[in-house]
Design a protein around this ligand. Structure first.
Ligand SMILES: Cc1cc2nc3c(=O)[nH]c(=O)nc-3n(C[C@H](O)[C@H](O)[C@H](O)COP(=O)(O)OP(=O)(O)OC[C@H]3O[C@@H](n4cnc5c(N)ncnc54)[C@H](O)[C@@H]3O)c2cc1C
Length: 165
């Protein structure tokens, strides 16, 4: 899948300068890159390395929190949105894809949004659209795909077996 091509001037400085980017990497990769840049900080980079809870987010923490927000927002979007609400949601998704702070994630997302337009007709179609988007990322990261027929149970109603009640 191709990247959105941005001109050199548009790229964030951490990319131009090939600096470590915390929200673009998991904590261990970020720490490794940073340590390579700063030889005075040659510290442990073992597999159990974790940031304390009150540190800035890495790409996994940011991703988890963001998906939780996006799926929940979609699940609580109206069943019958007005034309204004539909347009607002399209605008939100466009802007979100521009400003998501993991730069390479955002570039891919912009491509995907262009390829398959957000389906803003109802909370069901929008939830399915976000589910498909999330599965695109899951595939890219070799994670299991989620069954999109269960997206409302996962993010709004709770599982049919009552385990969330
Ligand atoms: C827009 C966006 C783009 C991203 N792009 C990248 C990237 O390019 N590279 C990268 O390394 N990371 C990326 N991430 C982060 C990545 O998707 C994960 O959030 C992160 O790796 C943490 O994964 P996780 O296994 O904890 O669960 P997550 O993938 O964060 O999922 C959280 C929970 O959502 C549920 N879920 C899983 N799949 C679906 C689905 N399809 N629909 C509904 N619910 C689902 C599951 O219950 C899961 O536990 C991106 C995140 C976002 C929001």
């Amino acid at each position: 899948m191709g990247r959105v091509s941005l001109s050199f001037e548009e790229e964030p400085s951490h990319y131009k300068e090939k600096k470590a980017c915390r929200v673009c990497d998991d904590f261990r990769s970020w720490r490794k890159k940073k340590t390579m840049q700063d030889q005075s900080k040659l510290e442990s980079s073992g597999s159990d390395l974790q940031a304390p809870n009150d540190c800035p987010l890495d790409t996994e923490q940011l991703g988890r929190s963001t998906w939780s927000f996006l799926h929940t927002m979609a699940a609580y979007y109206p069943e019958k949105p007005t034309e204004t609400q539909k347009q607002d949601m399209r605008n939100f998704i466009d802007l979100f894809a521009k400003f998501y702070p993991c730069y390479h994630c955002a570039a891919d997302l912009q491509e995907n949004v262009k390829a398959v337009k957000p389906d803003v007709r109802s909370c069901y179609t929008l939830s399915n659209w976000f589910c498909v988007q999330h599965n695109i990322v899951n595939r890219k990261l070799s994670k299991p795909e989620f069954d999109c027929s269960k997206v409302m149970e996962r993010w709004r109603d709770g599982w049919k077996d009552g385990s969330c009640d």
